[in-house]
Design a protein around this ligand. Structure first.
Ligand SMILES: [Zn+2]
Length: 97
């Protein structure tokens, strides 16, 4: 892309917890047997999980991992630049909590 440094991209990817990104995007969530699940934006199923260690969401049906950048792009249909701005703005907001 050229516009963004690696550090900035790493921050976008890691600064907001994947659970928070799911919340911000308004994806439907459920707790199934005490596990947090989100509605997969690709197959609309709940066969999903989040991993706080890697900050990834996973859909077991699609066999796909979503980092925060992937998830915002898929759900909002934004391009990379808009997604970077979107996440950057939310980093400011979540830090205050
Ligand atoms: Zn899926």
């Amino acid at each position: 892309m050229g516009l963004y440094t690696d550090d900035f991209l790493r921050m976008l990817r890691n600064e907001i917890r994947i659970d928070q990104v799911i919340n911000i995007l308004g994806l439907e969530t459920r707790y199934i047997k005490n596990f947090f699940r989100f509605r997969c934006p690709l197959c609309y199923g709940f066969h999903t999980a989040t991993n706080p260690k890697t900050n990834l969401g996973r859909c077991f049906e699609c066999e796909k991992n979503f980092n925060p950048i992937d998830l915002v792009m898929v759900v909002t249909g934004s391009d990379f630049v808009d997604t970077a701005e979107f996440l950057k703005n939310h980093i400011g907001n979540t830090k205050k909590i």
